[in-house]
Design a protein around this ligand. Structure first.
Ligand code: AMP
Ligand code: MN
Ligand code: MN
Length: 346
């Protein structure tokens, strides 16, 4: 399968792509070293797909197996309980020249940070993803833009490898599916999504317990921090040709004052995007001296992936992001400028 270089999104894996992926795994010698990599600042889909799939490889007898992601080896607290976490190593400890690399939920090589060199050193690089903006990197691509999460693709491959689902594998795949569908609320929540969730739940995993850990638990310091950051949100009804923009920002200073790690800010966008008067919502999170991780969401009037791609990032139509540089106001101004050109036909 080819990437979207000619303009259109990838059509989804063909039978040939699936067969190549199955052969790449089945053909591994007993001594093979396999390295799993997910995207920087890993979310539920990145970690859940990677660790769930990793446990599947274990069941197939892959002995030398590591999982990693770029940046500091800190797993966000809501995901630390995930089965398969014992596969995780810091990026510097990852096999320098693995026989097979498998990438999860990364739309482009830039999302793999310092680990991108492992792809060239590896015997083969298998890419599992669901971003329409996927650039087509790697030697074998399983990229399905219609999949609600990368874990849908991961389960598709586990099924073809005839790995039996168990509760440990299912936990990661369920976290991935429930986070990327916003707890089965987003448009991507098709009958197939619920059918997959039913298969995962049938292994005995506990959805109430998982949701509480993943969505509904945060330290009191984060609750207070959210209050402050929400309090400074701005509503711009005229932005995006009148569809409206709501945005806020959080600095490293804010995090330090409340003694919180950066990942607690990932949940903020869900509070901001509730705003009735705005189609587009945005949270600008400081990640360096003059560097910001920007989250964008749309309710349907705007293709925010177009905005994000114009500013060097990527994502999905209604959930995208990019790295912004300069002052907060400059970053937001660049978004304002891109919004009218990203309107979708009514
Ligand atoms: P987030 O707002 O971080 O939850 O990300 C929303 C979507 O945008 C996800 O699908 C990400 O893969 C994508 N995304 C976020 N940040 C970036 C970035 N810097 N470059 C490319 N894609 C991104
Ligand atoms: Mn992701
Ligand atoms: Mn995803």
């Amino acid at each position: 399968m080819t990437g979207p270089a000619e303009g259109g999104p990838p059509a989804g894996p063909t039978d040939t792509d699936w067969a190549a992926a199955v052969a790449a795994v089945r053909g591994l010698p007993a001594t093979a070293r396999v390295l799993l990599i997910c995207h920087v600042n890993p979310d539920g889909d990145a970690l859940g797909s990677m660790l769930g799939f990793g446990l599947g490889l274990r069941r197939l007898g892959v002995r030398q197996l590591q999982a990693t992601f770029p940046g500091p080896p800190e797993v966000p607290e809501p995901f630390r309980w995930l089965p398969g976490s014992e596969l995780l190593v810091a990026q510097d400890d990852a096999y320098p020249d693995p026989d097979l690399v498998i990438c999860f939920d990364a739309a482009s090589e830039s999302r793999l940070g310092d680990l991108v060199g492992r792809l060239d050193k590896a015997g083969a690089a298998l890419v599992l993803d669901h971003h329409a903006s996927n650039t087509g990197f790697g030697t074998i691509q399983l990229v399905d833009p219609h999949a609600a999460a990368t874990s849908v693709v991961a389960l598709g491959l586990l099924d073809r490898l005839e790995v039996a689902l168990d509760a440990e594998i299912a936990a990661g795949l369920y976290v991935a599916l429930s986070t990327d569908t916003g707890s089965f609320r987003f448009e991507a929540t098709t009958p197939a999504v619920h059918e997959m969730a039913a298969r995962l739940l049938a292994t005995g995993i506990r959805p109430g317990e998982i949701s509480r850990q993943v969505f509904d638990t945060r330290p009191f310091g984060a609750v207070r921090l959210f209050g402050e950051v929400m309090g400074r949100a701005r509503l711009e009804p005229a932005a995006a040709a009148g569809r409206g923009l709501v945005w806020t920002y959080a600095t490293r200073e804010d995090l330090a004052r409340h003694d919180q790690p950066a990942y607690v800010l990932e949940a903020l966008i869900d509070s901001v995007r509730c705003t009735a008067e705005a189609d587009v919502s945005c949270v600008v999170k400081q990640s360096g001296d003059a560097e910001w991780a920007v989250s964008l969401r749309s309710k349907g009037a705007v293709d925010v992936s177009r905005v994000a791609m114009a500013l060097g990032g990527g994502g999905h139509r209604f959930a995208a992001g990019f790295t912004g540089r300069g002052a907060v106001d400059e970053v937001v101004e660049r978004i304002r400028v891109e919004l009218p050109g990203a309107l979708l036909a009514a």
